[in-house]
Design a protein around this ligand. Structure first.
Ligand SMILES: Nc1ncnc2c1ncn2[C@@H]1O[C@H](COP(=O)(O)OP(=O)(O)O)[C@@H](O)[C@H]1O
Ligand SMILES: O=P(O)(O)OC[C@H]1O[C@](O)(COP(=O)(O)O)[C@@H](O)[C@@H]1O
Ligand SMILES: [Mg+2]
Length: 441
């Protein structure tokens, strides 16, 4: 996708006139290999030929605004009320982000009040006006030890005007939306209404996706925890299948449209023979199809391990076009389908398989963040707070090539991050599994 520098400019509500609590600490800081000053920018691309292809001087190639504290801020902290909402599916680290935002706003910016809206955007609807909770340091003290979100979450559309009314009733100046692609679309609709009503409210997003399907972020928070947890289940079916005469282990992992969890978890265990992801179609039948390949593998090695992302092979299933409350496609169960088809095939050819099938999806998504993701979450939380207090709006904070940067909200929903079948990650999966680049197609 080709971007111009202007596509990457983030919106500000206005001039920053208040001293930031970080003003003194920043007074001597300059860009270094380990720090990007607030007036410097971070390149989108890191490859020589790509940079050259823009054909413009280096300060005009696409770049992001650096995240981090500013010397001057837009909101007067003593007069600022902040709201936080978590939306969509769970993801490890949601509580860490909430806690990080509350700690930063309380201990450094000393804002007037922080409220949490309960159960996602539902908590901003008209009939939920009493569902806010005060987020104090005490309220968030140990929440990082638990998975899920203390605020609750939901799917399903809400009236954006009602949501703006709720922000006004609670005198919210800054709203943090922690959510995925759907939530960011919802947040943009909210910003439209805020603009129409000429309100001075900042909306800043912290992108959340267990599937790692949001662009402009190296890896989303919680992803490392998720694939680390997924490895336990792959290891389990590996051991089970090893102990059987004709053992087949199948694990279905989350990944609606993007197979990152499947790829990373499989590479981590490095015992999978087939990794099936939405980005790479496969066929079942014929000498080249999955069933024949599984049979051959079983005959040669006595054991097969398959890792399948939930969105893989959807074209093989009958789909009724059903949607969830947020409008996301309801997927067919590729894991159970494969389990049945593989069992039938191996039984037909007399191999009497022992098939172990695990679908640990919710057991993976509901855990607390690991130490790595906790660090990531707290740093995203800090970046989000600095961005909002400096008046940025319609903006999300992400880590891109190890730098924390600001990205216009529209870009994060513009396309999906997916495993590139021509990229080096998929190549590593092919190397590790020994499976062909395509089969049955
Ligand atoms: N196109 C959209 N416009 C407005 N709101 C949306 C849109 N898509 C999703 N939402 C809302 O955002 C919230 C979260 O969306 P969902 O798709 O469930 O999760 P995620 O944000 O994790 O992708 C839901 O309340 C949903 O109704
Ligand atoms: O059963 P639920 O809660 O609707 O969620 C299932 C989906 O949620 C996900 O974890 C991702 O959801 P989001 O779009 O909310 O990030 C998918 O991997 C999965 O398909
Ligand atoms: Mg989503």
């Amino acid at each position: 996708m080709s971007l111009a520098l202007d596509d990457l400019r983030v919106r500000s509500l206005g001039a920053c006139e208040y001293d930031s609590p970080f003003a003194e600490m920043l007074s001597t800081k300059r860009t270094s290999p380990h720090y990007v000053a607030e007036d410097d920018r971070v390149l989108v691309d890191d490859t020589v030929s790509v940079l050259l292809s823009h054909g413009v001087p280096i300060d005009q190639v696409p770049s992001f605004e650096a995240a981090g504290p500013r010397k001057k801020i837009y909101f007067d902290p003593a007069e600022t009320t902040v709201g936080i909402v978590t939306c969509g599916g769970l993801c490890p680290g949601l509580n860490d982000v909430i806690r990080g935002i509350v700690q930063e706003l309380t201990e450094h910016y000393r804002v007037k009040r922080i409220v949490g809206f309960r159960n996602g955007f539902k908590g901003l609807a008209k009939d939920a006006r009493n569902s806010v909770t005060d987020l104090t340091l005490d309220a968030v003290r140990d929440i990082n030890n638990d998975g899920g979100t203390i605020l609750g979450s939901s799917r399903g559309a809400q009236d954006p005007d009602e949501m703006v009314d709720s922000l006004l009733i609670h005198e919210v100046d800054v709203l943090f939306v922690i959510g995925g692609d759907g939530s960011m679309r919802g947040a943009m609709r909210l910003v439209e209404r805020v603009d129409e009503r000429e309100l001075d409210i900042s909306v800043v997003g912290v992108p959340k996706t267990i599937d790692n399907d949001l662009p402009y972020t190296d890896q989303s928070f919680g992803f490392q925890t998720a694939f680390a947890r997924a490895t336990d289940f792959i290891a389990s079916v590996f051991i089970e299948s090893q102990a059987a005469e004709h053992g087949v282990g199948i694990v279905k992992l989350m990944g609606r449209h993007s197979g990152f969890i499947a790829c990373y978890a499989a590479l981590s265990v490095n015992e999978a023979n087939f990794v099936l992801i939405p980005e790479v179609p496969f066929g079942l039948d014929g000498d080249d199809g999955l069933l024949c390949r599984v049979e051959n593998r079983l005959r040669e090695h006595g054991q097969v391990v398959i890792v399948v992302a939930e969105g893989a092979g959807q074209d093989l299933l009958e789909c009724d076009g059903a949607k969830d409350a947020s409008g996301n496609d309801k997927l067919g169960d590729i894991g159970l389908f494969l389990k049945d088809r593989i069992t039938d095939r191996l039984t037909e050819v007399g191999l009497a398989p022992t098939v172990r099938y695990l679908d640990p999806s919710y057991a993976i998504r509901s855990v607390a963040a690991n130490a790595y993701d906790s660090v990531y979450c707290v740093r995203l939380a800090h970046a989000a707070v600095h961005a909002a207090m400096a008046g940025r709006t319609q903006t999300v904070v992400v880590r891109w090539r190890r730098r924390f940067v600001h990205v216009p909200m529209a870009l994060i929903t513009g396309h999906r991050n997916q495993v590139d079948p021509d990229g080096d990650l998929w190549m590593s999966v092919l190397e590790a599994t020994g499976q062909p680049a395509t089969f049955g197609r």
